[in-house]
Design a protein around this ligand. Structure first.
Ligand code: TPP
Length: 668
């Protein structure tokens, strides 16, 4: 407990040049989060609130950094940074309601504790996975650079979080791109129960800066004046000379990882040592010694803070539990998007699938001046498929950016760009590599709108698919990894016309879109495509061929296999549906067709278990059961990884099995 009792002073404060007012402001700004936490501990024991990640003993860092930043600069805090939120003057009742899952909080009861952001207060809260925050900070900082704004972004991590790949990726990107990000490591001795000796081997984490060609500093995280003074100076210089800076704050976690878990594994000696270095008691003693603070003033400050806490807690407790219904919940998964049809009556050109993608990209970069394209080798080299050839000369390397090989932090960067009002595209060199950026897609991009009403205006392009003899890591069609995740749109065109129109729509849509492009179609499929800009809607399948004998439902390369086999077998009366968009899925067109034909076969390039084909089969069984004249059939690839040798790959892919199954269905 903080108290009025004298405290032996083990921290030296240099307050030269500070006004009394400033010193007292820094003091009471640390006292407020401490007193909130002390109140929380009481409430926790009374069973009135849920578990809690304590920042007791680390207040000087949150408060000092926030006070050193400008109010309109973004801060990306972690779970022990209550002082960031209080120093940004968030009304306490809103904070308390957030923690209780109530409507006056920031997430409509959808996420807990500090897992929220607010554009109003320029705070971007964490996701549980810790590391992705750092890539997001890169994106926000990149947004400032591209808008010519002299602003710094500050992101926090614990020392445990520095072991995650995201930390290394984000530092590397920030360094290569000279991004003004202040990376703040709070080295508090333990990551849950793991001491630093089991977390890393370097002496100081600040030393890691050198490995990235980055300036770094060690700061006493318990000395509010040192934190404030040094961070003020560093951020001031970063604004005029944009660059990342790594700070290691030395501090200590005075309580358990979370309140329920205790600190048994921490030697008492360490606890005692750091108790002596308590940031608030030391500074308080300093202010007493200087005659700036006395019992009377301290009691007054404490009384005011206590009144603010009690009043706001009362407000939060008296607020009713949040109410909702499934319609409201479902309505908040995606940012509203009113599709604008743009049609082109212009002349047409006969182009390949790959050209159509390239055309849409170029037109969208021209149309949206806030759109940034990122990917490995996409600048001067033009990307491995040459889709962005010539783009960097035409649009400049600010907007057409080669990235280091770091899918996770680049997806995070795209997220950060969107938070800072930009649009972003990430080209996965091959869709297989998205596994290295999976976490931020499914946990950050997909969930952020639902969590705190922030959209992720990001298109991820996914060159995918087999039939190219490229083996297990350059051939996968991994759309089903994503169609399962609420919050993501998934598009998968089979023709140049659709590819161009749908990709243009993807850039207009403010939601995260995974855009699958089949590599085997890139240079094998041509079509007459309007020269001018046009769009096509998501969620609308295209009926490639009408018929009444059976419905073939497919997408991507499957459409071309089906066309070939229909022709080869002379099945002139089957209906062929190209889904084009998988999420949203055009369930109506599927059901209408199956109701008409009474027979359905779903063809996918994916292996069947848990595939989109299985989902569609279930939908048909549920919705069209009474119209069915045969079992719903599915055809997909073998349940193996994709083999390299061409004859093995042919056996793996479903085309030949589809021929037989279709015949079975028609003859049923
Ligand atoms: C990717 C991931 N792995 C594990 C966890 C579980 N976890 C949450 S916090 C934490 C310790 C974090 O330590 P550190 O980064 O030092 O921060 P501190 O809690 O000490 O402030 C762990 C292991 C998680 N949230 N995310």
């Amino acid at each position: 407990m903080v108290s009025n009792k004298p405290h032996s002073q083990s921290i030296i404060f240099n307050d030269y040049g500070y006004s009394q007012e400033k010193l007292l402001d820094l003091y009471s700004s640390m006292l407020k989060p401490r007193m909130i936490e002390e109140k929380m501990l009481i409430l926790l024991r009374q069973g009135k609130i849920s578990k809690w990640f304590s920042g007791i003993g680390q207040e000087a860092i949150s408060v000092g950094v926030t006070k050193a930043m400008q109010e309109d600069e973004y801060i990306l805090p972690m779970h022990r940074n209550l002082g960031v939120f209080t120093s940004r003057n968030i009304p306490l009742n809103r904070l308390f309601s957030q923690w209780q899952g109530k409507a006056s909080g920031f997430t409509k009861g959808r996420d807990r504790s500090f897992h929220f952001g607010t554009q109003e207060f320029k705070i971007v809260g964490m996701i549980s996975h810790l590391g992705p925050q750092m890539g997001v900070a890169d994106g926000i900082a990149l947004g400032h650079i591209l808008k010519n704004e002299q602003k710094v972004s500050a992101v926090f991590t614990g020392e445990g979080g520095t072991s995650e790949g995201d930390f290394h990726e984000a530092l590397n990107i920030a360094s290569v791109w000279d991004l003004p990000v202040l990376f703040c490591i709070e080295n508090n001795g333990y990551g849950l129960s793991t001491p630093t000796t089991e977390q890393f081997r370097c002496k100081d984490l600040a030393d890691r800066g050198a490995g990235y060609g980055m300036e770094s500093h060690i700061i006493d995280g318990n000395n509010i004046l040192e934190v404030y003074e040094k961070i003020s100076g560093i951020t001031e210089s970063m604004r005029v000379d944009p660059r990342p800076v790594l700070i290691e704050f030395k501090t200590f976690r005075m309580r358990g990882h979370e309140e329920a878990s205790g600190t048994k594994y921490v030697p008492q000696k360490l606890m005692d040592e750091w108790e002596q270095k308590d940031p608030i008691m030391n500074f308080q003693q300093h202010l007493y010694d200087k005659g700036i603070l006395n019992d009377e003033l301290l009691n007054e400050i404490r009384k005011d803070i206590q009144a603010e806490i009690d009043e706001n807690l009362q407000l939060a407790f008296s607020e009713n539990s949040i109410e909702s219904n499934s319609t409201k919940e479902l309505n908040d998964v995606f940012e509203k998007f009113v599709y604008q049809e743009v049609s082109a009556d212009s002349e047409k050109e006969n182009i390949r699938y790959v050209d159509a993608i390239s055309r849409a990209l170029k037109e969208s970069v021209q149309r949206h001046d806030n759109l940034v394209l990122m990917g490995q080798d996409i600048a001067d080299y033009g990307g491995v498929f040459k889709i962005t050839e010539g783009f960097s000369e035409e649009f400049g390397k600010d907007r057409i950016r080669n990235t280091p090989i770091c899918e996770s932090a680049i997806v995070g960067t795209a997220m950060g760009l969107s938070i800072n009002g930009m649009k972003a595209m990430v080209e996965m060199q091959f869709s297989d590599f998205v596994s290295s950026g999976f976490n931020p897609i499914v946990n950050y991009l997909a969930k952020i709108k639902y969590r705190w009403d922030q959209n992720a205006d990001v298109v991820i392009r996914m060159p995918c698919g087999g039939g190219v003899g490229a083996g297990p890591f350059h051939s996968q069609t991994n759309e089903a990894w994503f169609t399962k995740i609420p919050g993501l749109k998934v598009v998968y065109p089979a023709f140049p016309y659709d590819a161009k129109g749908l990709l243009n729509t993807a850039f207009n849509d403010p939601n995260p879109v995974l855009f699958f492009e089949h590599k085997a179609l890139y240079r094998s499929i041509r079509q007459d495509v309007p020269v001018d800009y046009y769009t096509l809607p998501f969620g609308k399948a295209s009926i490639i061929k009408e018929g009444s004998q059976a419905s073939i439902i497919t997408y991507g390369a499957g459409v071309h296999w089906a066309l070939e086999i229909i022709e080869e077998m002379g099945y002139n009366n089957v209906e062929l549906i190209d889904l084009r968009s998988l999420q949203p899925l055009d369930v109506n067109s599927i059901c209408e067709s199956v109701t008409k034909t009474g027979k359905a076969i779903i063809l996918t390039e994916d292996s069947l278990f848990g595939s989109l084909a299985s989902e569609i089969a279930a939908l048909i069984s549920e919705n069209c059961f009474e119209s069915l004249d045969a079992p719903v059939m599915r055809v997909g690839s073998l349940e193996t990884p994709i083999p390299f040798a061409q004859n093995l790959e042919k056996e793996y892919l479903p085309k030949d099995r589809f021929r037989d199954k279709l015949q079975d269905l028609i003859e049923y």
